[in-house]
Design a protein. Structure first.
Length: 223
């Protein structure tokens, strides 16, 4: 029995060491990629495709929903209500660091890469890269990648020129772009928009850190 416990302990230690090494690999890859990504982000910002181009009010809505502690965290967030398991930096890392992301073990390298990005790139640059790589779902001419591209494809205008409701609909699809559609009305998307509107208005709060679907902002019957 003692041998079994010893073997189990060694196995656990080995797995922890392997996980740390894999995460560290992601961190160092981010440092290596940082100069190229910095230039890419600067080009996007110069083209008016960064976070500031959304307009202050619209940007506040986006961050409130997608990563409420984005300005202050170092790539990961384990406590902020509604933040969920993936920050903006981790989300960007998923597309910047992987040709094909594999859930589970891939999260370890993704997190290391995100922390590496945070150590080398400004928040504005990370935000620009994230906006440019976002999966936005089906548009009139096929699948759309990029927040600004989705705005143009669906509404024919840049995000800053959208109404509050139009912009909120763009934000609403981010949680599940393959499930929602921006090309017409749908009860599921409409409900998501209503929850976001209640959140932004301060009428509700997420139930927990994992409440990315904003169950805490669900309008109860008769209320």
């Amino acid at each position: 029995m003692r041998r079994i416990f010893k073997f189990a302990g060694l196995l656990v230690v080995s797995l922890v060491v392997a996980a740390v090494a894999y995460g560290g690999n992601g961190y160092w890859d981010a440092l290596s990629d940082a100069p190229q990504l910095r230039q890419r982000a600067d080009n996007l910002i110069a083209q008016g495709l960064g976070g500031d181009s959304l307009g202050a009010d619209h940007l506040a809505i986006l961050l409130k929903v997608e990563d409420p502690n984005f300005a202050d965290h170092a790539g990961v967030d384990f406590s902020t209500p509604g933040a969920g398991a993936t920050t903006i930096t981790q989300s960007a890392s998923k597309r910047l660091a992987f040709k094909k992301f594999q859930p589970g073990v891939g999260k370890i390298r993704q997190t290391g890469y995100a922390m590496g990005l945070e150590s080398r790139l400004s928040k504005d640059r990370i935000l620009a890269l994230w906006l440019d790589t976002l999966e936005m779902g089906q548009g009139p001419e096929g699948w759309v990648t990029g927040f600004h591209k989705a705005s143009s494809a669906i509404y024919g205008r840049p995000p800053a020129e959208l109404s509050r409701t139009e912009f909120t609909r763009l934000v609403a699809v981010l949680i599940s772009p393959a499930s929602f559609t921006l090309r017409g009305n749908g009860p599921a998307l409409d409900e998501r928009v209503r929850r976001i509107e209640r959140l932004v208005a301060g009428a509700c709060v997420p139930e927990s850190h994992d409440d990315v679907w904003l169950e805490g902002c669900r309008q109860l019957s008769g209320s």
